[in-house]
Design a protein around this ligand. Structure first.
Ligand code: UT7
Length: 323
């Protein structure tokens, strides 16, 4: 059986930094409230002419360089995004073209909001088991601030833009050890953008299709679902808490991250945290955090890592991997 192993990571953040002090001038909020309730101090905002596929390309090129492979080696592209450049083609296809890949490999997007990256890893991993994939690019990329209402203090303080990428290569040993995905669409009204092509299209045309969230409800569900999924991940894979070196969580709120770490029995020195500087970058947050910890040397070859994400849908999931 062929396994998928991470051969390289990359990331990209837009240059523009939006601080809590700036948000204090935009809505009725304070730096103290934002930091104490979320852990966020600043986030990045893409320039008006920066599109999701461009962020994805910059992260992907770094991951390719670290893996030591060229674009033509990539036989599969899976992009997790909630904020694609266009309705279609997918960001996957646009990214494939940006990278100059014309080898006929598959390229597509996965949409699972903030759980998108773990969904994308799960999907890509299956191609190694069943379809002979040799070298895949898996990207989480978002221009999430485009769907933010800058007058809504409940949401505008939370989100940011960015992209992260991994190159997966075929290997004789994992790699990706286990993936667990869940969803329950019953909760679609608690976190959404209530407009799209076939519903409330006028909001799109008027530039008023914004993220709406019942924050405290989502918070409760996120803590419960993520606590449950890390336990499920360990139990079903036969790993113990003591086997895990790192938690690389979705970066929505430091309080949710702390609760999940506690459930795993991990100290915060074993958790990669970027929420203070990136905010919530949706599908990009996990690969952004992963790349940071790989590049600064915290994550080493052989380390066992749990990735987890939770978001709109609700959709949530985890990945257990050996780096
Ligand atoms: O990534 C996808 C998944 N998303 C998440 O996991 C996000 C989950 N939710 C959260 O992280 C938290 O619920 C928030 C950070 C969004 C909110 O924190 P909270 O502790 O749940 O606050 P709350 O929504 O219960 O609001 C408490 C109070 C309210 O005022 P009243 O009604 O008590 O007078 C809000 O109006 O805080 C008020 N509030 C604010 N105050 C200052 C809400 N937003 C702000 C703000 N600044 N930006």
């Amino acid at each position: 059986m062929a396994y998928a192993r991470i051969a390289g990571t990359g990331s990209y953040l837009p240059g523009r930094v939006l601080t809590n002090a700036e948000l204090e001038k935009m809505v009725d909020t304070t730096d103290e409230w934002i930091v104490s309730r979320t852990g966020i101090r600043e986030r990045r905002v893409a320039a008006d002419d920066e599109v999701t596929s461009e962020l994805a390309e910059k992260a992907a090129r770094q991951a390719l360089a670290m893996a030591g492979v060229g674009p033509s080696d990539i036989d599969l592209i899976v992009v997790a995004t909630t904020t694609p450049d266009q309705v279609f083609p997918s960001v996957g296809c646009l990214l494939q073209n940006r990278l100059g890949i014309h080898n006929g490999g598959a390229a597509f997007d996965v949409q699972a909001a903030c759980a998108g990256f773990v969904y994308a890893i799960d999907v890509a991993n299956r191609y190694f088991h069943t379809d002979g994939a040799q070298c895949a690019l898996v990207v989480g990329a978002e221009t999430f601030t485009r769907i933010i209402d800058w007058d809504d203090r409940n949401t505008c303080i939370l989100f940011g833009d960015g992209a992260g990428a991994v190159v997966l290569q075929a290997a004789n040993e994992p790699g990706i050890i286990a993936t667990h995905l869940h969803a329950d669409g019953k909760y679609h009204e608690l976190l959404n953008v209530p407009a799209g092509v076939s519903a409330n299209y006028a909001q799109i045309l008027e530039g008023e299709a914004y993220t709406r969230m019942q924050g405290s409800e989502v918070f409760k569900w996120a803590v419960k679902a993520l606590g449950d999924i890390v336990v499920e991940t360990l139990e079903q894979s036969g790993y113990g808490k003591e086997d895990i070196d790192w938690l690389v969580p979705h970066q929505a709120n430091i309080r949710i991250i702390r609760a999940t770490a506690k459930k795993l029995g991990l100290g915060m020195d074993q958790v990669v945290v970027t929420v203070d500087r990136h905010g919530n970058t949706s599908a990009a947050s996990i690969p952004l955090a992963l790349d940071e910890a790989v590049r600064d040397g915290r994550i080493q070859r052989g380390h066992k890592i749990i990735l987890e994400g939770f978001g709109g849908g609700f959709a949530w999931g985890s990945v257990l991997l050996a780096f």
